[in-house]
Design a protein around this ligand. Structure first.
Ligand SMILES: *[C@@H]1O[C@H](CO)[C@@H](O)[C@H](O)[C@H]1NC(C)=O
Ligand SMILES: *[C@@H]1O[C@H](CO)[C@@H](O)[C@H](O)[C@H]1NC(C)=O
Ligand SMILES: *[C@@H]1O[C@H](CO)[C@@H](O)[C@H](O)[C@H]1NC(C)=O
Ligand SMILES: *[C@@H]1O[C@H](CO)[C@@H](O)[C@H](O)[C@H]1NC(C)=O
Ligand SMILES: *[C@@H]1O[C@H](CO)[C@@H](O)[C@H](O)[C@H]1NC(C)=O
Ligand SMILES: *[C@@H]1O[C@H](CO)[C@@H](O)[C@H](O)[C@H]1NC(C)=O
Ligand SMILES: *[C@@H]1O[C@H](CO)[C@@H](O)[C@H](O)[C@H]1NC(C)=O
Ligand SMILES: *[C@@H]1O[C@H](CO)[C@@H](O)[C@H](O)[C@H]1NC(C)=O
Ligand SMILES: *[C@@H]1O[C@H](CO)[C@@H](O)[C@H](O)[C@H]1NC(C)=O
Length: 860
C-alpha cells in the first residue's frame, strides 16, 4: 500500500477532535496556504515557520466525536498527510472525505486545527483554526481519484442506463438482489475469490468508505484490499476493485457500478529523465471500448495544472494505448537534493505530479479520471569535477570544484597532508570562495601559491619544476548534512629553473672554472667523467675548490688528473678541462662546463691515454749542449723539435726502447733522455764538462686496469718544477724496496700527527701547508726483539724513481740534516700497543722551509 504521508515524519500526528472553541488563534501570515484543486482541499504549511517546533493537525467536526486517525483511517476518510518536495507539510482531503460539510454537492467546507508546540509532548501548544471552503459543481457523471493512499469513485445516482452489454453482468447479479435489504445500500464485490456482499455499515470494517450525498454515491477503497485484484493494462499494473452498489425501495431496485481501478506503477528513469506512463483506456472502466473517446488530458505539478507543459520542458504525450509524462531531471517544479550513498556523492530529484484524463463512452457519458503521484528518482551518483584553472605565469593553482546544489557546503580542506578549517585556510593565505552558475549550482574555488610549503615540488626534465597540489575536500551534503570527502591532485610543470653557466679562465699554471652554487647537490652534481666531483675527489686529484656565497671556483693545475691536452707542441700546450653538470637523481647530463687555455710551460711530460708520451725537456748546462744530439734510449729517437735549452720528444710507449714494469696496480713506462758528449777530433784541449752523461729519467704511470693517464713530472737540476699541486705522495721507493726485501721486511708510513696513532693510506695524497711537518715512520718487521733499525740515507725527490734527481737528503748516515730547504728531526719512539719493540721503529718529522709547493716523494 502506498504509505500515508504522516508515516514519513516521526512527529506528525493527526487527530480528529471536537471543536472545543478554546485557544484558537488566527494562523500567522504565510504559515498556511490552501486551495481547492478540482475537488480536493489542498493545504500546505510553511516549514520555515515550523523550524524547531512540533505540530499536529486536528479535524474540526461539529457533529462527530474525536477520532484518532491512523493509516487505515486516512485512506478510508480520503485524507493524505504528506510533504511536498521542498519539505513543507501538505494536507489533502477529498470533498467527499469524512467530516466535510457538504451543501448540495456544491459547497464543501472542512476546518483544520493546527497545533504548534515547542515540545514533542505538545505541551503549551498554540492552536490555529483553519477553515477551508471549496465549491465544485462541474461534477462529471463519474469521477475517479487515484490518490497516494486511496482510490475513490463517485457517480451520479441518476445514471447509468443499463446497456445491452451489461445485461449479462446485471442478470447474474439479480439473484443476489433478492436479498438486498429494503431501503439500505449494499455493496457487492466481485474478485477472483468470488462474490462478497456486505451491508454498507460493514464497509468501514473492511477499510472502505461508502456513502451517498444528495446526488451521488461514492466508494473509497484502500489499495490492495482483500477484495481487490491486480491486472496489467498495456504493461502497467493496475489495482482494481470491482463492485456494484445496490439500493432497493418498494418500487425500485437500483444497481450502480462503483468499480474503481488505479495504476500501481508505470514509472521509469533514465540518467536524465523520468517518465510516468498510464494506460489510455482502462478496460474495467470502459466496457464498450469502441465508444471510448478521449476528451481532455491535462497534467499538473504541485497541484497546479500546467497549461503549456513544453514551456517547462515537460513532455505530455498520448496515443491510443498510453499517456506519458516525461520530465527532465532537474526540471522546474521539482526539487533536486544532494545525497551521499556508500561514500559516493549524488543527487535525488522529486516532483509532485498529477494527471487528469476526461473521456466519454456510451455507458458513462463522461468520466473524469485524476491521478496524484509523487515521484522520486533513485540515487543518481554524480562524481564532482575538479577543474584545473591553474595560472602558471602567476604561479598559482586555481582549481574549481563542483557542481553542487545549494544544499552542499564546504566544511574543511586538507592541503598536502595538512588539514585546515576554512578559517585556518584563509588565515594561512589560501583563497577559498564560492561561485554560482546560472542553473543554480555552485562551485568552490581554491587558490594556492606554487611556493606554499604544502605544495610538492619536484625537479623534472632539464629546467622544469613539477608542482603538485593534493587537496582533500570535506563537504556537508544535503539536509542530512552527511560528510563527503573528495580528493584531487593537480600538477603543473613550469620551466623555472635556470641551468647554471660556468665561466672559465686560466693563469699561467692553472685552469679555473667558476660555477654558480645555486642548486648544486639539490638539483644537480658535478661529475668528472663518470666520477662524482666532491671535496674528496678534488683533493685527490689536486684541485683546489673555493666557494663564496654565489660561486664555486675550481682551480685545476695544468698537469692534474682529468686535464685534456688538445694540442701539445714544443713549449705549448692547449689544455681543456671539462666538468659535467648532471641531475642528482637521474645522472642525466645537463651541461658540460669547459675551460680551455693555451699554456707555455718550460718543461713537461704528458702521458696520453693512448700511450703517446710527450716531453718537453729543459736542459740548462754549462756549456750548453746541442739539444739536437739528445736522444731516448733508442738513439734513433731524436727530439721532434728543439732549441737552445729545450728538446721536445714525442714517442709511443712501445717504441724508443721504453721499458715497462708493474708497480702495484700501475704500469710504469720509463725512458731516459740522454746526451752523449762528442769528442771532436782535432780539438786541442779537452773541456771539463759537468756531467758528460746527462740523463733524465722519464716515467709514465698508467693504471693497469683503466689505463687512465696519470700526470708525472720530470725535474732537472737548477729548475724548480713549473707547476705543483701541493701534494706529497709518500711511497717506499720500489727499487729500494726490491733490494731490501731480499733481507728485510721494512714498512714505511706517514702519520697524521706526532702521536703516530693514525696513518694515511699508502698512496694517499696528503695536503700540507709549507712549514707543516710530515711525520714518517719506518718499521722493521719480523725481526728479533734485540735487532735495531738503522736508517742510513733518507731523501726526498720529485719522482718515484729510485735514481731520480734532484734529491734532498733528510738523513745521512743516520744523522739528521738541516738544509736550507728541508729540516728533518728524529723523534723518540716509546713502547705502546702497536710498538712492541721501539728499536724496530724510526720516526722522522720533516718540513720544508721554502714556500714553494711541490709534489715530492720521499725515499727511505
Ligand atoms: C483480508 O483477508 C485476510 C485473510 O483472509 C484477513 O486476515 C484480513 O483480516 C482481511 N482484511 C480485511 C480488511 O478484512
Ligand atoms: C454518510 O453520510 C451522512 C451524512 O454526511 C453521515 O451522517 C453518515 O454517518 C455517513 N455514513 C457513513 C457510513 O459514513
Ligand atoms: C504509445 O506510447 C507508448 C509509450 O509512449 C509506446 O510504448 C507505444 O508503442 C505507443 N503506441 C503506439 C501505437 O504508438
Ligand atoms: C550547471 O551548469 C554547469 C555549467 O554551466 C554544468 O556543468 C552543470 O552540469 C549544470 N548542472 C546541472 C545540475 O544542470
Ligand atoms: C580524505 O579525507 C578523508 C577523511 O579524513 C579520508 O578518509 C580520505 O582517505 C582522504 N582521502 C585521501 C585521498 O587522502
Ligand atoms: C593544470 O593546468 C596547467 C595550466 O594550464 C597545466 O599546465 C597543467 O598541466 C594542468 N594540470 C593537470 C593535472 O591537468
Ligand atoms: C628550458 O629548457 C628549454 C629547452 O630544454 C628551453 O627552450 C627553455 O628556454 C628553458 N627555459 C628556461 C627558463 O631556462
Ligand atoms: C663569488 O665568486 C665569483 C667568481 O669568482 C664572483 O664572480 C662573484 O662576484 C663572487 N660573489 C661574491 C658574492 O663575492
Ligand atoms: C692526533 O690524531 C689523533 C687521531 O687522528 C687524535 O686523537 C689526537 O688528539 C691527535 N694528537 C694531537 C697531538 O694532535
Amino acid at each position: 500500500m502506498e504509505s500515508v504521508g504522516y508515516s514519513l515524519s516521526r512527529i506528525w500526528m493527526l487527530f480528529l477532535l471536537f471543536w472545543l472553541g478554546q485557544g484558537r488563534q488566527m494562523a500567522p501570515p504565510g504559515f498556511v496556504q490552501s486551495s481547492c484543486r478540482s475537488r480536493i482541499f489542498w493545504m500546505k504549511l510553511n516549514k520555515l515557520l515550523l523550524q524547531g517546533k512540533f505540530f499536529q493537525l486536528e479535524i474540526n467536526d461539529p457533529y462527530a466525536g474525536p477520532v484518532l486517525l491512523d493509516e487505515k483511517l486516512a485512506s478510508r476518510c480520503g485524507y493524505v498527510l504528506s510533504e511536498d518536495v521542498w519539505g513543507n507539510p501538505v494536507f489533502r482531503a477529498s470533498v467527499l472525505g469524512c467530516h466535510v460539510a457538504n451543501e448540495a454537492d456544491e459547497l464543501f467546507s472542512l476546518t483544520v486545527n493546527i497545533k504548534v508546540s515547542s515540545f514533542a509532548s505538545m505541551r503549551a501548544a498554540v492552536t490555529y483554526t483553519y477553515p477551508m471552503y471549496c465549491s465544485y459543481s462541474s461534477w462529471a457523471p463519474r469521477e475517479i481519484v487515484c490518490e497516494e493512499n486511496y482510490m475513490e469513485v463517485s457517480v451520479k445516482t441518476d445514471v447509468p442506463a443499463v446497456s445491452n452489454d451489461y445485461t449479462v453482468a446485471w442478470m447474474s447479479a439479480l439473484p443476489e438482489t433478492q436479498n438486498v435489504a429494503y431501503q439500505l445500500w449494499q455493496l457487492m464485490f466481485v474478485s477472483p475469490s468470488g462474490r462478497k456482499r456486505i451491508m454498507v455499515s460493514d464497509a468501514a470494517k473492511l477499510g472502505y468508505s461508502f456513502n451517498n450525498t444528495l446526488y451521488r454515491v461514492y466508494l473509497r477503497a484502500p489499495y490492495h484490499s482483500n477484495e481487490s485484484d491486480i491486472s496489467t493494462v498495456n504493461g502497467v499494473n493496475m489495482n482494481l476493485v470491482t463492485s456494484t452498489s445496490m439500493y432497493r425501495q418498494r418500487w425500485l431496485l437500483m444497481l450502480i457500478d462503483t468499480t474503481v481501478s488505479c495504476p500501481l506503477d508505470g514509472i521509469s528513469f533514465t540518467d536524465t529523465t523520468l517518465t510516468w506512463t498510464v494506460p489510455s483506456v482502462i478496460p474495467t472502466l470502459v466496457l464498450q471500448e469502441s465508444t471510448f473517446l478521449s476528451k481532455n488530458i491535462a497534467m499538473g505539478v504541485d497541484g497546479q495544472v500546467i497549461v503549456n507543459p513544453e514551456e517547462n520542458n515537460y513532455l505530455l504525450e498520448h496515443n491510443k494505448t498510453h499517456i506519458g509524462i516525461t520530465i527532465p531531471i532537474g526540471a522546474e517544479g521539482g526539487k533536486l537534493k544532494s545525497s551521499v550513498s556508500c561514500g559516493v556523492y549524488g543527487i535525488i530529484y522529486s516532483i509532485d505530479l498529477f494527471l487528469e484524463h476526461t473521456w466519454t463512452d456510451a455507458d458513462w457519458q463522461t468520466t473524469k479520471y485524476t491521478i496524484i503521484k509523487s515521484i522520486t528518482t533513485p540515487f543518481m551518483p554524480q562524481i564532482p569535477t575538479v577543474i584545473n584553472n591553474t595560472l602558471p605565469e602567476e604561479r598559482i593553482f586555481n582549481i574549481a570544484f563542483g557542481h553542487f546544489l545549494p544544499d552542499v557546503s564546504l566544511v574543511s580542506i586538507t592541503i598536502g597532508n595538512v588539514p585546515f578549517t576554512l578559517r585556518e585556510a584563509q588565515h594561512h593565505g589560501y583563497k577559498i570562495y564560492e561561485t554560482s552558475f546560472s542553473n543554480g549550482t555552485k562551485g568552490f574555488i581554491l587558490e594556492v601559491s606554487f611556493d606554499d610549503p604544502c605544495v610538492l615540488k619536484e625537479y623534472v626534465n632539464r629546467n622544469e619544476t613539477k608542482y603538485t597540489l593534493l587537496v582533500n575536500y570535506t563537504l556537508s551534503v544535503g539536509p542530512e548534512m552527511v560528510l563527503y570527502y573528495h580528493s584531487a591532485e593537480v600538477e603543473c610543470v613550469i620551466a623555472d629553473i635556470v641551468i647554471p653557466e660556468a665561466t672559465g679562465y686560466c693563469d699561467e699554471e692553472n685552469l679555473y672554472l667558476a660555477i654558480p652554487v645555486f642548486g648544486l647537490h639539490q638539483y644537480w652534481n658535478l661529475y668528472l667523467g663518470a666520477k662524482l666531483l666532491n671535496q674528496h675527489t678534488a683533493l685527490t686529484n689536486g684541485y683546489l675548490a673555493a666557494s663564496n656565497s654565489t660561486h664555486l671556483v675550481l682551480q685545476i693545475p695544468l698537469f692534474a688528473v682529468g686535464v685534456i691536452y688538445e694540442e701539445v707542441s714544443f713549449q705549448k700546450i692547449k689544455a681543456r678541462f671539462d666538468v659535467a653538470l648532471r641531475k642528482v637523481r637521474t645522472m642525466e647530463t645537463l651541461q658540460i662546463f669547459s675551460v680551455s687555455c693555451n699554456f707555455n710551460p718550460s718543461a713537461f711530460i704528458i702521458c696520453h691515454p693512448d700511450g703517446t708520451i710527450m716531453i718537453s725537456a729543459q736542459m740548462k748546462t754549462v756549456p750548453a749542449i746541442d739539444m739536437s744530439k739528445t736522444k731516448l734510449r733508442d738513439s734513433s729517437c731524436k727530439p721532434k723539435e728543439y732549441n737552445k735549452g729545450h728538446a721536445f720528444f714525442m714517442f709511443h710507449v712501445t717504441t724508443c726502447g721504453t721499458s715497462v714494469r708493474f708497480e702495484g696496480d700501475h704500469i710504469v713506462y720509463e725512458n731516459e733522455i740522454s746526451y752523449e758528449r762528442e769528442t771532436l777530433p782535432g780539438q786541442s784541449q779537452p773541456k771539463i764538462t759537468r756531467d758528460p752523461d746527462y740523463r733524465l729519467t722519464v716515467s709514465c704511470y698508467y693504471r693497469a686496469k683503466e689505463t687512465v693517464m696519470l700526470g708525472a713530472f720530470v725535474s732537472e737540476p737548477s729548475t724548480s718544477r713549473p707547476f705543483g699541486s701541493g701534494t706529497m705522495v709518500p711511497r717506499s721507493n720500489i727499487a729500494v724496496y726490491r733490494r731490501i726485501r731480499k733481507a728485510l721486511n721494512v714498512v714505511s708510513r706517514v702519520s697524521k700527527n706526532e702521536s703516530f696513532m693514525d696513518f694515511y693510506e699508502p698512496d694517499e695524497a696528503i695536503l700540507k701547508q709549507p712549514m707543516e711537518s710530515v711525520f714518517l715512520e719506518v718499521e722493521l718487521k719480523d725481526e728479533s726483539p734485540d735487532a735495531e733499525l738503522y736508517l742510513d740515507n733518507c731523501w726526498v725527490t720529485g719522482s718515484l724513481d729510485f735514481n731520480s734527481a734532484p734529491r734532498w737528503n733528510i738523513a745521512m748516515d743516520g744523522c739528521e740534516i738541516k738544509s736550507s730547504e728541508y729540516v728533518a728531526e728524529f723523534l723518540s719512539v716509546a713502547a705502546s700497543p702497536r710498538v712492541r719493540h721501539p728499536s724496530h721503529f724510526k720516526r722522522l718529522a720533516v718540513r720544508t722551509l721554502t714556500h714553494q709547493l711541490e709534489q715530492i716523494y720521499s725515499a727511505i
